[in-house]
Write a protein that binds this ligand. Structure first.
Ligand code: SF4
Length: 334
């Protein structure tokens, strides 16, 4: 899963073979072992992150271990973990720690997936309560091996959070549920506040970057969510710096608006290990500002675009902005 295309990932992280609680006895990405290595490029000055050293970081980590929960923050080696966990904003990754896809950008471990933990929904709800989260993002690995792709487990998790923390707003970042009939409907019926699914990259780069996924299937998922519940916020994310052109990114924006997606996140792709897809270029901050301007001009309610933007980065604050933007739009139309 993870940070990649097919999957529910936020955007790719960096940081090699770290990851979370999973034992490292086997290769983390067996399918990449024989791929050529591309040493990571030196990062520009505008990509600098704080080391994860705070007390809140340690406490959040201990809580996740105690409740046997995985986080995409750790598994994707997200560069923002020091900042997010200082505020106890962790993004939980359900359905195990091993993904059935093998995206070229993603640091989440791949291989034979874990058995489902039936207690995971309640443990996620407990973590939300202990962390006192006003807004929680729940993502997962891809589970092509499960008949429903894990949709039922998503729905159970949403319901468990609603029961334990009724004031908390819930954002899901799901896999593409490719060929899993009824899965999208199952998740939408559980009524998350935000339904996020990342397109990750432009269609031309799906084969090298997100080989298990299909661009139009992902786009159709987002459109389907709106058909099922027009009041549900929809969100998607793109990585840049993978070799896409500006025109291709603008075309993806148009496609997302055709699917009535409300919120777009755009961040810099960072190569997790030398075996992952290389960085084509580091996009400077002023280009992100320009993409944000273009996106807003195309009608998104919200566009977050910066080198370190990730799907779940500042998700709580952005949810408030999203809600305010819709209210302003409705007031303007009245
Ligand atoms: S940006 Fe998202 S994935 Fe990264 S540390 Fe923050 S909450 Fe976790």
């Amino acid at each position: 899963m993870g940070r990649a295309a097919s999957s529910p990932s936020p955007l790719a992280g960096e940081g090699g073979e770290e990851g979370g609680p999973r034992a490292q006895s086997k290769p983390r990405h067996p399918e990449k072992v024989n791929r050529p290595s591309t040493p990571a490029q030196r990062k520009p000055d505008w990509i600098r992150v704080k080391a994860p050293v705070s007390r809140e970081y340690q406490e959040t980590r201990a809580l996740m271990r105690r409740l046997k929960l995985n986080t995409v923050c750790e598994e994707a080696a997200c560069p923002n973990i020091g900042e997010c966990w200082k505020q106890r904003h962790a993004t939980v990754m359900i359905l195990g720690s091993v993904c059935t896809r093998a995206c070229a950008f993603c640091n989440v471990a791949t291989g034979r997936p874990d058995l489902l933990d039936p207690h995971e929904p309640e443990h996620v709800a407990q973590a939300v309560g202990e962390l006192k989260l006003a807004h929680v993002v729940v993502t997962s690995v891809d589970r092509d091996d499960l008949e429903d792709g894990g949709a039922g487990h998503f729905a159970r998790t949403i319901r468990a959070i609603r029961t334990a923390a009724p004031e908390t707003t819930i954002e899901v970042l799901t896999p593409d549920f490719l060929r899993k009939e009824g899965a999208i409907e199952t998740v939408v019926a559980a009524r998350p506040d935000v339904y996020n699914h990342n397109l990750e990259t432009v269609p031309r780069l799906y084969r090298p970057v997100r080989p298990g996924a299909r661009y139009f299937a992902s786009l159709r998922l987002l459109q389907r969510v709106k058909e099922l519940d027009p009041s549900m916020f929809t969100k998607s994310g793109l990585m840049v710096g993978l070799g896409e052109t500006r025109e291709e990114v603008l075309q993806v924006m148009d496609d997302l608006r055709t699917a009535e997606v409300d919120f777009l996140t755009i961040g810099q792709y960072l190569q997790p290990t030398p075996k992952h897809h290389p960085v084509d270029r580091f996009v400077p901050p002023d280009e992100f500002a320009e993409l944000q301007r273009q996106g807003l001009g195309k009608g998104f309610l919200l566009v977050a675009a910066s080198p370190l933007t990730r799907s779940s980065y500042h998700a709580g604050e952005d949810f408030q902005r999203l809600r305010a933007a819709r209210e302003a739009q409705l007031a303007g139309a009245a």
